[in-house]
Design a protein around this ligand. Structure first.
Ligand SMILES: Cc1ncc(COP(=O)(O)O)c(C=O)c1O
Length: 396
C-alpha cells in the first residue's frame, strides 16, 4: 500500500498535531479507580440556567429544527451586536460584522484560517490555552510562543510581544483574562500591541471568553481601547459565562471585509450552529442576569478561598487570578517536571490537575487548579495538595 509521509494516508498537517498535554491527565484520571478530586476541569460545574434550557426546548418544539443562515440567526446576531455596541461605544452591524460559531474555539479557528497564509506566523503569548497552536498548524501557519515573564504571575509584557511582531506575523492572539494565569491585559499594553500589529498588517485575535468572569471591574473590550479596531477580531462565547459549554455557541466579530470571508469556511465545515442552541443563546443574552450573577459570586468566593488557602501552604504560591476560574500555582520547589508533579498528585494524592507545560514551555514549574468544583471538594483537594507538599518538602 502506498505510504504518505511514512504513514497510511494521514496528511502532514494533521500528523504534525500533538495530543494536548491536558488530555494526557484526563485520560490517566479516567483510567484511575479511586476517589479523585477533579481540579483540572475547564468548564463551570453549574447547570445551564433553566430559562435558557426552556428557550431551546420551546424553539425546537415550535419547529426551529432546520438550518439557520450560515452566519447565525439574525435575531441572535442582533442581540450580540447590541451588547457589543453598548460595551464598546462602536456601531456594530449584525448583518456584516458578527458570525455565530460553534463556541469560541471555532471562532478562533475561523479567524486564524481566514487571515493567516501557510508559512506565516501566529504569535501566542504563553502560558496560554493551547488550541490556537494546533489551529495555526492546521492552517499551515507557524505558531510562535512568546513566553511571558513568570515574576508577578505572568503579568503580560507588551515589549516582548511587540518585539516578536514582524513582517511574517499574520495574527497575535491575546487572551484576556488568560487561561491559565488569570491575568488581564492592561489597556495601555493592549493599545501598544494592537498598534504594532496594525503597523505590520497583522490581526489581533481578542479572546475574551472569560471577560464576564472577572473579579474586579469588568475589563474594557480589547477593540474599544485602540484606535486601530479594524485590526481586532473579537472572540467570545456563551460557554463560560452562562454555563453552556456543551451547547457550543460562541461568536466572532470584526470588520465586514474579514467576516464576509469567514463564512466561506463555516459553510464548508459546519454550515451553521445548532438551531435550538442559538435560541438558547438569545435567551441567555436577553433573559434574567440573576443566575449568571449568582454563578459569578460563587466563583468569586471560591477564588478568594483558594488564594487564602494556598497562602497557608508552605513552598507554593499563586498570583490571585483577576479573572477566569483557574489558579496557576507555582510548585517549582517540588522535584521534577510539571507533568511528573501532576502525575504524583494524581497517583499518590488522588487530585487531578493540569500540568503547567500544557500551556507552553514557560508554564513549567506550575500546575493549574480549576475552581469549577464545589467548595468542599476544592477544600479536600487543597488538603491533599498540602500533605504532598509537607511530605516532600517538610515545614516552611
Ligand atoms: C481561553 C479560551 N478560549 C476559548 C475557549 C473555547 O471555549 P468554547 O469553545 O467552549 O467557547 C476556551 C475553553 O476552555 C478557553 O479557555
Amino acid at each position: 500500500m502506498k505510504q504518505h509521509h511514512g504513514r497510511k494516508r494521514i496528511s502532514r498537517r494533521v500528523d504534525d498535531i500533538e495530543p494536548q498535554k491536558i488530555r494526557v491527565m484526563f485520560d490517566l484520571a479516567a483510567e484511575y479507580d479511586g476517589d479523585l478530586v477533579h481540579l483540572e476541569l475547564g468548564e463551570p460545574d453549574f447547570d445551564t440556567p433553566g430559562h435558557i434550557v426552556e428557550a431551546a426546548h420551546e424553539a425546537a418544539t415550535a419547529g426551529a429544527t432546520r438550518y439557520t443562515p450560515n452566519a447565525g440567526l439574525l435575531e441572535l446576531r442582533e442581540a450580540i451586536a447590541e451588547r457589543l455596541s453598548e460595551q464598546t461605544g462602536q456601531n456594530v452591524d449584525p448583518g456584516s460584522e458578527v458570525v455565530v460559531t460553534n463556541g469560541g474555539v471555532e471562532a478562533l479557528h475561523l479567524a486564524i484560517h481566514t487571515v493567516a497564509d501557510p508559512g506565516e506566523e501566529v504569535l501566542i503569548p504563553t502560558p496560554a490555552w493551547p488550541n490556537p497552536i494546533s489551529q495555526a498548524k492546521l492552517a499551515g501557519a507557524v505558531p510562535i510562543e512568546v513566553s511571558m515573564p513568570p515574576e508577578a504571575g505572568f503579568e503580560p509584557d507588551p515589549d516582548t510581544i511587540i518585539d516578536a511582531i514582524g513582517q511574517d506575523t499574520a495574527a497575535v492572539s491575546l487572551t484576556s483574562p488568560s487561561n491559565p494565569t488569570g491575568r488581564v491585559f492592561p489597556p495601555e499594553a493592549i493599545e501598544r500591541i494592537v498598534e504594532a500589529a496594525a503597523e505590520h498588517g497583522a490581526y489581533v485575535l481578542a479572546d475574551e471568553v472569560y471577560r464576564n468572569l472577572t473579579y474586579g471591574e469588568t475589563p474594557a473590550r480589547i477593540r474599544s481601547v485602540t484606535d486601530h479596531d479594524e485590526w481586532v477580531l473579537s472572540v467570545d462565547s456563551f460557554s463560560k459565562t452562562y454555563a453552556m459549554t456543551g451547547w457550543r455557541v460562541g461568536w466572532l466579530s470584526g470588520p465586514a471585509d474579514v467576516l464576509g470571508e469567514v463564512t466561506k469556511i463555516h459553510e464548508s465545515t459546519t454550515s451553521c450552529v445548532n438551531a435550538p442552541a442559538q435560541h438558547a443563546a438569545i435567551a441567555a443574552l436577553t433573559g434574567s442576569r440573576e443566575p449568571i450573577e449568582a454563578m459569578k459570586d460563587a466563583f468569586r468566593s471560591r477564588r478568594d478561598f483558594v488564594v487564602d488557602r494556598i497562602g497557608s501552604i508552605p513552598h507554593v504560591s499563586v498570583a490571585p487570578p483577576e479573572g477566569g476560574f483557574y489558579a496557576f500555582l507555582d510548585v517549582s520547589a517540588l522535584e521534577g517536571s510539571s507533568m511528573e508533579i501532576a502525575k504524583r498528585l494524581l497517583y499518590d494524592y488522588q487530585v487531578v490537575t493540569a500540568p503547567g507545560v500544557a500551556f507552553g514551555d514557560g508554564g513549567e514549574g506550575h500546575i493549574r487548579l480549576s475552581f469549577a468544583n464545589d467548595r468542599d471538594r476544592i477544600a479536600t483537594g487543597l488538603d491533599r495538595l498540602e500533605s504532598m507538599i509537607r511530605t516532600e518538602l517538610g515545614p516552611a
